[in-house]
Design a protein around this ligand. Structure first.
Ligand code: CTP
Length: 402
């Protein structure tokens, strides 16, 4: 699958630069067309000649170096590449990209790239833990760059901790994953719902829940990156919408119901990660409710179940639901997936550490109507989003919808 793919490797100045040599050699062995760019500091660690021999192509090092072939190398390489891999990625290049700085060949190439970009950070544990670096990494994630998480282990400086470049075999697997997913949803429309709903009590108060919207936004981002047209119907959250998607903000369950039903006939799949309030106050007070009484009794009435209604109406669309459970996860999930006529239910036990509301990671179990149950390990929400989309694509292929 790598044959003929143009992969540009950006090597920056860290001791792990030698591992990039293994990667280049293996990618070239798998018949990818590999080009290497090195920053000035990278040349202090590995000779450009090493990469030139391993890749079979001249190594580019400068923006304006006379004698190098392309007149505008950063634009040309950015346009030609199917993937850019920054390995190792120092705190410096991470900070430059997060800050919008483009002052050398590699940073300008990243700035000009429209293909996926994978950063493989490697540095001393204290540098990695530095809040500035963490903020910059979060920014890169937010902007849609891929990250290979560094591993815990012995570092070149003699200390132990997180900051080690993952083994090149692991980076190679991630490269294959990214390339196999690139564009595999093109031509499809994906409707994603995210975040909580707010059910008003009076003009200043509402009932809501703990949903952060992170999971739904990760699905929207992943689907968009894979070429889908994405409609994101979102309750109130404090997240930046991923670039290039259509955002429809809503507040209440009934508003979400109306928007989703209107969009449904035009979409190929729905991923319903919103935490919809099952009940709403029966009446919304026109004036602010005053604290006159010692007890206040609120009467609630049922909201429509959006997902159930989609299950009732669905034709060729595939439906993915979510279930936040606090016990008997499999049993509850299996009855939900069947009752709501879903194709897949992503269940998670929100009482586990590292799962559910507000967290950046999730521990999910995939549940299918035929009773298949696949427990997944803890993973970040973007990886889970990709995994869910992989599953839906497999279902589409199995049903010959593609
Ligand atoms: N959902 C929905 N409309 C609702 C309630 C839930 O579309 N009024 C969707 C959610 O977006 C989610 C799925 O249904 O994808 C599961 O929600 P959950 O609250 O776990 O399930 P319920 O069927 O409401 O069951 P319960 O609250 O009793 O666990």
């Amino acid at each position: 699958m790598l044959a003929g793919k143009v992969i540009t490797i950006g090597v920056t100045g860290g001791i792990a630069a030698y591992k990039a040599a293994w990667l280049v050699s293996n990618l070239a062995g798998l018949e990818a067309e590999v080009h290497v760019m090195m920053t000035r500091s990278a040349k202090a660690f590995v000779s450009p000649l090493t990469f030139q021999v391993l890749s079979g192509h001249p190594v580019r090092t400068g923006l304006f170096t006379a004698g190098e072939d392309a007149p505008i190398p950063h634009v040309e390489m950015a346009a030609r590449s199917d993937l850019l891999v920054i390995v190792p990625a120092t705190a410096n290049i991470i900070g430059k990209v997060a800050g919008g700085i483009a002052d050398d060949l590699l940073s300008t190439t990243i700035m000009a790239a429209t293909c996926p970009v994978l950063f493989c950070p490697a540095m001393n544990v204290n540098m990695y833990r530095n809040p500035v670096v963490q903020r910059n990494l979060a920014m890169l994630r937010e902007l849609g760059y891929h990250l290979a998480e560094p591993e815990v282990g012995r570092l070149a400086c003699g200390t132990e901790g997180r900051g080690r470049l993952p083994e090149p075999e692991i980076i190679l697997e991630q490269i294959k994953d990214i390339l196999s997913r690139a564009g595999d949803l093109s031509g499809m429309t994906v409707l994603v719902t995210a975040g909580p709903t707010r059910e008003p009590l009076d003009p200043v108060r509402y009932i809501t829940n703990r949903s952060s919207g992170k999971m739904g936004y990760a699905v929207a981002r992943a689907a968009s990156r894979r070429g889908a047209r994405v409609i994101l119907v979102s309750g109130a959250v404090g997240l930046e919408p991923p670039p290039g998607i259509k955002l429809i903000p809503v507040e209440t369950a009934r508003q979400m119901f109306d928007v989703v039903m209107e969009q449904f006939p035009t979409v190929d799949m729905v991923v319903k990660s919103a935490a919809v309030a099952d009940y709403r106050p029966k009446e919304m007070a026109v004036q602010k409710i005053k604290k006159n009484e010692n007890n206040l009794i609120l009467e609630l009435e049922k909201n429509p179940d959006i997902l159930f209604e989609l299950g009732r109406r669905k034709g060729r669309q595939l439906l993915v639901g979510f279930a936040a459970e606090t016990g008997d996860v499999e049993e509850n999930a299996l009855s939900k997936v069947r009752h709501k006529n879903l194709d897949l239910l992503v269940a998670n036990d929100v009482t586990l550490p590292g799962a559910g509301f507000g967290a950046d990671t999730n521990i999910a179990t995939l549940v299918y109507p035929d009773g298949t149950v696949i427990p997944l390990p803890k993973m970040d929400k973007l990886s889970l989003a990709h995994r869910i989309l992989d599953e839906v694509l497999t279902l589409r292929r199995a049903r010959n919808i593609l």
